[in-house]
Design a protein around this ligand. Structure first.
Ligand code: PLP
Length: 426
């Protein structure tokens, strides 16, 4: 059986991981998922909430991959992508920095004991109260992309270390950002001039190629643009985020890192004295969460042809963990897999029906799939959806009063030891 990490770790980095489960010898994450679903099935209120199962090693593996492939780039994890306490605590133990978008995110990260100099306030259009809060908390580094933002910062945080976000070509990304953020190259000179007039310090340049980037050369182009506007007095380059966290994504992280390393060596060689950071979000967490949902109702629509068209209603949907279906163009279509202990999700020769799967709310917009090919399910059955870590938990709302998914972080003994080790050597 799994032990409670809090009691097992005594004073380690994980002592505040109050709901982390530690796997005993030989038990795998799949065993944990099976056991967890078995436990939930025996609970009276089982259909109330869906469940997100979160193996922490997935985040650690990603970090290891990042350090190996992008050794010159320090990651500042984008908290907006997934603000689950276990994720933030693991990343703190791994000594990453944090990209925060608001006062609340800054507070959340500071509460973990992260030093303010490991935070970048990476939002270019901030409420003044949030800028004042950053100043009071000694969070110095923040982005801007307009004259008005510079004037607000000069009023609220005149000692800030500013990073100019430029708009870059994001046409190869599934979720484009440059229509909303980033100064065009033509505006840069004016902005830097105003910063001088206001006696503000601009330390560097940032960009974001868009989330779910499908073309590694986008980084080459953006780093080259950043070089063009980089001033002699600057010391920081921030290459943003955009990397998928899925191994089956169309462009591998290895390809991105090859292009980025080559572009950095060309435009910002190692001896140039420039610190290079990034703001990856989905890269770290996308594959670190599996969602388990329960079938709460079912209908057979006879009129839809032979076998009928089945309609299922599950206990999570687009107002909950599955909001990516409508909000996140960078999320591939969700795949619903029946949960079965010790057998593959699909048996040989089993008939699958085209099925409509609805979320739990009284809203027809809350549709999870209108063409899921699945075997017939019964009320009470469970379905699994993998790769549910990015822009899922952080977007859940309480519409219709359905419970939020419960998150169950889990570590193997080996990972627990690794985190302890990193903590004591930090
Ligand atoms: N940084 C900023 C300013 C962002 O707006 C975002 C995503 O919207 C990110 C970083 C994280 O991007 P991704 O999850 O694609 O890595």
């Amino acid at each position: 059986m799994e032990k409670h990490a809090a009691s097992a770790l005594n004073g380690s980095a994980l002592q505040d991981f109050s709901s982390v489960h530690v796997l005993d010898d030989g038990r795998t994450i799949n065993d944990f998922i099976d056991d967890k679903i078995k436990t939930l099935q025996s609970e009276v209120s089982v259909e109330g909430s869906s469940t997100l199962l979160h193996p922490l090693e997935s985040v650690i593996d990603r970090h290891q991959q990042w350090l190996t492939l992008l050794p010159r780039v320090k990651p500042f994890y984008a908290v907006k992508c997934n603000n689950t306490p276990a994720v933030l605590r693991v990343l703190r133990a791994l000594s990453t920095g944090f990209d925060c978008a608001s006062k609340a995110e800054i507070q959340m990260v500071l509460n973990l004991g992260v030093s303010p100099d490991k935070i970048i306030f990476a939002h270019t259009t901030k409420p003044m109260s949030h800028i004042r809060f950053a100043a009071a908390q000694r969070v110095q580094t923040m982005t801007f992309d307009s004259e008005e933002e510079l004037r607000k910062i000069s009023l609220c945080h005149p000692k800030a270390r500013l990073v100019l976000r430029i708009a870059v070509d994001d046409s190869d990304s599934l979720l484009r950002l440059s229509s909303k953020f980033g100064a065009g190259l033509g505006l840069v000179e004016k902005l830097l001039g105003l910063a001088v007039d206001l006696d503000l310090t601009v330390i560097g340049v940032s960009f974001h190629v868009g989330s779910g980037c499908t073309e590694s050369q986008a980084f080459q182009r953006a780093i080259s643009d950043a070089r063009q506007v980089f001033d002699i007095a600057m010391s920081l380059l921030d290459i943003g985020g955009g990397f998928s966290g899925r191994d089956d994504f169309q462009v591998k992280f290895e390809e991105f890192s090859d292009v980025i390393n080559a572009a950095l060596d060309k435009f910002f060689p190692p001896d140039c004295g420039v610190q290079i950071i990034a703001e990856p979000g989905r890269f770290y967490v996308e594959s670190a969460f599996t969602l388990a949902v329960n079938v709460i109702a079912k209908k057979n629509c006879e009129e839809s042809g032979p076998g009928g068209q089945m309609m299922y209603y599950i206990n999570d949907g687009v107002y909950g963990s599955l909001s990516c279906i409508v909000n996140d163009p960078a999320h591939p279509p969700v795949q619903l897999l029946p949960h079965r202990v010790n057998t593959p999700p699909w048996g040989v020769g089993e008939v699958r029906h085209r099925s409509v799967v609805w979320g739990p709310t009284c809203d027809s917009f809350d549709k999870v799939s209108d063409s899921a090919m699945i075997t017939e399910l019964q009320v009470g059955d469970w379905l699994l959806v993998h790769h549910m870590g990015a822009y899922s938990v952080s977007l859940i709302c309480d519409f219709n009063g359905f419970e939020r998914a419960k998150v169950f972080p889990v570590v193997t003994e080996e990972t627990r030891r690794l985190l302890e080790l990193r903590h004591t050597s930090a």
